[in-house]
Design a protein around this ligand. Structure first.
Ligand code: ATP
Length: 244
């Protein structure tokens, strides 16, 4: 039991969720290491949503709303920390949900599926290995996607994604939104819209922004997207981490 007045209470709570998710077969060992890397960056940004992250969140909400086939991708870390929030966001947009695992095993797919179902997900894509197709015909385990989901999506939210896969998805012409606490990661650098924030703070804020923008004129939404400069935004996030 972590005492509530512990200075690192929130951070330790997330760490505990990650450990439990690993014990329950949702998360691979490397998922715990990935979490540690994120934790270090969260420490540096002050464990709060920054101004550049808020700008990216607004652009992400606009992009998800104008999309024809928006898909939210869920991996082990996302399922461990933000399952209910992802399901709620998918319902608000509305968008599809697809399981997308780096270390994919039938057991882990099943464990993530169970978590999503318990969080209220009705349709979950990416559960059947044999249905998956290769994006742009690239024969790599990093390029697989569900035919009705990421494979045909125009906008994909892929939090905590691996750089190789992010690159494949961006090169296929899709708009890729990521959430990554490390503004220097390959995923952060390659994606179309990078939210440098903790997934546990970012997803509820995307939902809030989506609700706000839902009835907005599509031309205004497109303007928000057009005016967003990911490179500039990442530089702003880096300035927060390395103040002069
Ligand atoms: P890349 O291949 O894109 O360079 P990487 O190899 O550094 O990434 P991975 O281990 O594939 O990283 O993925 C973990 C990424 O997710 C890291 O950049 C880490 O900062 C980030 N991350 C971890 N936990 C969170 C979290 N809770 N919220 C947001 N980002 C997180």
């Amino acid at each position: 039991m972590i005492p509530k007045d512990h200075p690192r209470y929130q951070s330790l709570l997330l760490r505990e969720k990650i450990v439990i998710a690993h014990q329950n077969g949702i998360l691979a060992e490397s998922g715990m290491i990935a979490h540690g890397r994120g934790e270090a960056f969260d420490y540096l940004i002050g464990e709060k949503t920054s101004a550049p992250a808020k700008k990216a969140i607004k652009a992400a909400a606009a992009a998800l709303l104008v999309a024809e086939n928006p898909v939210l991708s869920v991996n082990g870390n996302t399922a461990a920390l933000a399952s209910r929030n992802m399901v709620n966001l998918a319902k608000t947009i509305p968008a599809k949900i697809e399981i997308n695992l780096f270390y994919r095993t039938p057991e882990r797919v099943e464990a993530v599926k169970n978590v999503l179902e318990k969080s209220g997900a009705e349709e979950i894509l990416g559960t059947e290995d044999e249905d998956l197709k290769h994006v742009d015909n690239i024969k790599s385990p990093r390029s697989t996607a569900s035919p009705e989901g990421i494979f045909t999506a125009d906008v994909v939210l892929v939090p905590l994604e691996d750089g190789d896969r992010a690159e494949i998805l961006v090169n296929s012409g899709k708009k890729i939104i990521t959430i990554d606490l490390n503004p220097l990661s390959r995923t952060a650098q390659k994606s179309s819209i990078t939210i440098v924030d903790n997934i546990v703070r970012a997803i509820p804020l995307i939902k809030k922004e989506t609700k706000k923008l839902k009835n907005e004129d599509p031309r205004i939404l497109k303007k928000i997207i057009k005016e967003f400069d990911n490179k500039k935004n990442l530089d702003e996030s880096l300035t927060i981490i390395t103040p002069k």
